[in-house]
Design a protein around this ligand. Sequence first.
Ligand code: ADP
Ligand code: MG
Ligand code: ZN
Length: 493
Amino acid sequence: MSKEYETVIGLEVHVELATKTKIFCGCSTAFGGAPNTHTCPVCTGMPGSLPVLNKQVVEYAMAVGLATNCNITRHCKFDRKNYFYPDNPQNYQISQLYLPICRDGYVEIETGKLSVNQKNAGMTESGEVKTKRIGIHEIHMEEDAGKLVHDDWADASLVDYNRSGVPLIEIVSEPDMRSAEEVIAYLEKLRMFIQYLGASDCKLQEGSMRADVNLSLREVGSTEFGTRTEMKNLNSFTSIMHAIAGERERQMDILESGGKVVQETRRWDDAKGESYAMRSKEDAQDYRYFPDPDLIPVDISEEWIERVKASQPEFRPAKIERYKKEYGIPDYDIELITESKRMADIFEEATAICGQPKKVSNWLMVETMRLLKEKCMDADKIRFSPAHLASLIKLVDSKVINNNSAKEVFEVMFEEDVDPEKYVEEHGMKQENDEGAIKSICEQVIEANPQSVADYKGGKEKAIGFLVGQVMKAAKGKADPGTANKILKELLS
Ligand code: ADP
Ligand code: MG
Ligand code: ZN
């Protein structure tokens, strides 16, 4: 008889922090760049070089810890994790083992209501909305390693130290998750906090957020945990979901046939849809951790914590509630706009200036989202200023330009953040609001299109649309279509 199993999951999440410089030296953290150009003696592990801690790293780690209800360790330290690998020039990684900066936190997740990411990952809605606490064991600070580039052509492996010393935080959860749905809800919650804090862009695909999934099974009702495996290399929500389903299946087969799950690290191959063992616990390394003698402990004062607390932004759940009360726009709009803090900031500022929340929201949801998608850009890279969006809306409201011209101006604004008022002026885009002038164009159009006029008079209401189009064309797009419509009807009645 087959037994019922419960899936138990804990995550280790690495996040690359958005500091300008590395954690222990002044080198740039910019992604890309010619190999080994963002390097110095410290981040290439030269003997005699000394690390100096980047204060911003501590502040970001504290901010993430406070957002996730952690206790901040007032006296924390860095430790050396010793191992040899060519992308690790010092032969040790500076990390935190004994006194990590944050401990004992939690985040609240909601399940039962799917987010856009969960739907895209192919999940089906389970119906009942539930909230659950996922414990955070600790958050520690550490440095990233360099990158090996295997060049088959030259039959050589090259190493690029640009990433060496880029600051990371590792967020270690308690084994509190029970399904892929909970895992994704947890990751989305972490990502929301971190993005709203501006601490990282958290892109799974580009590796600025990386999740290792620890998974075990136990019989339903059992209070003890089973033996777990750890899966690395998961760089999308979809592959996390597949890996969880695949590993659950694999462990179940082992347990059902009376075998034992081996504690090991496995690599999930999303293309093949299976995982394979990388290393078992037996050959787990002894990292010989010890406190780094080159770095002094970090003492965090109450006052420093208070300062970081005071500068925490309003996070998404609170923002959503406030928007519902303040702006009277549909929940759907609120969901989309608050997905990115940048978008929400633009919404609030532009609305404060022009007083038209729904119009601002429409520009963000329709044209902005369309252009972002077209240019494969993230919302945090939006360049146009809220003031310019507000003045574009005012130009349309006061009939200085029509909607079509506004879209044209917006595309330029999106690229170069031009001032729409100036742009409209300089490009002669002001619409013709003088009824007399529009009337004379209408008369010409009526003259030139007897067939459509006959159609309209014969009861084909739609023919008026064609005539309006002809007026717009003759006016080089600068007439108000509403006015043209009104005048045409008057002339034809
Ligand atoms: P290690 O130091 O060996 O990596 P940790 O105890 O720090 O192990 O746990 C690493 C991660 O594994 C944590 O996120 C934790 O929640 C998770 N974990 C621990 N035990 C289990 C288990 N039995 N099943 C699933 N996940 C587990
Ligand atoms: Mg670990
Ligand atoms: Zn450096």
